[in-house]
Design a protein around this ligand. Structure first.
Ligand code: SF4
Length: 333
């Protein structure tokens, strides 16, 4: 593969993105974490606000957990920010607030796997480490005509080794940005723009006219469909909310909800625990799609006639917007 052509293409065609105008490892780390699983256009405003609120790792380490969650509400995959908060504390306590600069130290931080460690080393420190993400997998599987199933770890490893050997011959920060940018802008999954591509003459998939067949990705398991009864419980200008303990959306607030298709069975279950309520009306049904789950929520407005459930939190209605809330629930009212 002609690395020089790829790098030259990047230098004159790269999108101007705020988090690229920096060599500050903290900024690069924040952007790389946000870019995991999230589109660039979505990340941009979150990144700007986040860096304003937490300009250095010291502010992030001291952040209030709920405020931090509120800051990233709506972006999804919140575990990455819980890990980022933990990592910030480690960077402050064990590295004097300076982002570590060796691969071995970087990969030990919570929430940093092989991809992010490689991206940090190559982009922030210009060291030759492979950072293999979905875009890079697509470009390399097409350029090398690799038709193995890229859902399998062993097959991704083959591309990772190829990417490692390429970055070792390249200028690491430019190469890593360049191959990701090519995947994001020209070598797209459905509408690749091969005519504009600097790698066209090296690309086996283009040569054999099999571009749209690659990368091969076996089917994912179908998402789990879950039915919930969701309760809007108001009393004297207050709402009762639940703070999630589950790994999915941990720490976010939600209206109390119960896995069931019937409000009557939920009411009966609560009555068995001495919690009584009147149904006012069925408000709406909502559907929210996550990566592995689909929630079907029937939302009821109810009045509470007894004490609340012990874990429910009483929140003033007009303070609802200050709390981090699962978007599936934020869109209800
Ligand atoms: S020629 Fe087409 S398929 Fe090959 S790398 Fe370029 S954009 Fe991707």
């Amino acid at each position: 593969m002609d690395i020089k052509k790829l790098e030259a293409w990047y230098l004159s065609n790269q999108r101007k993105l705020s988090f690229r105008n920096t060599k500050n490892p903290y900024h690069i780390w924040v952007s790389e974490i946000m870019l995991q699983q999230t589109q660039v256009e979505t990340v941009l405003p979150y990144f700007e606000r986040f860096i304003q609120k937490y300009p250095t790792v010291f502010e992030l380490a001291k952040a209030n957990e709920e405020e931090l969650q509120k800051e990233v509400e709506g972006i999804g995959y919140y575990r990455r920010f819980r890990n980022m908060h933990l990592a910030a504390k480690i960077i402050v306590n064990e590295h004097g607030g300076i982002f570590p600069s060796t691969y071995e130290e970087v990969i030990k931080l919570p929430g940093i796997g092989k991809y992010t460690a490689g991206a940090m080393m190559s982009i922030a420190y210009n060291e030759p480490y492979s950072a293999l993400d979905g875009n890079v997998i697509r470009v390399l599987s097409r350029v090398y005509g690799n038709a193995s199933d890229m859902r399998q770890e062993k097959n991704r490893k083959v591309l990772d080794q190829i990417n490692q050997s390429l970055v070792e011959k390249a200028t690491p920060d430019i190469y890593t940005h360049a191959i990701m940018e090519l995947g994001a802008t020209l070598c797209k999954p459905k509408h690749p723009q091969c005519d504009l591509c600097p790698l066209k003459s090296d690309c086996l998939a283009y040569d054999k006219n099999i571009v749209l067949d690659l990368p091969v990705l076996s089917k994912l398991k179908p998402k789990t469909e879950l039915n919930y009864i969701t309760l809007i419980i108001e009393k004297d200008g207050y709402l009762f909310l639940n703070k999630r303990e589950e790994d999915l959306l941990k720490g976010m607030y939600e209206y109390p909800q119960f896995e069931s298709e019937s409000i009557l069975s939920v009411i009966a279950e609560l009555e068995s625990k001495d919690i009584f309520m009147n149904i006012i009306n069925e408000m709406k049904t909502f559907k929210h799609v996550f990566t592995h789950q689909v929630w079907h929520m029937k939302v009821y407005s109810v009045t509470l006639l007894s004490k609340p459930y012990p874990s429910w939190v009483k929140v003033k209605k007009d303070e609802l917007n200050q709390l981090p809330m699962a978007i599936a629930h934020r869109k209800i009212k």
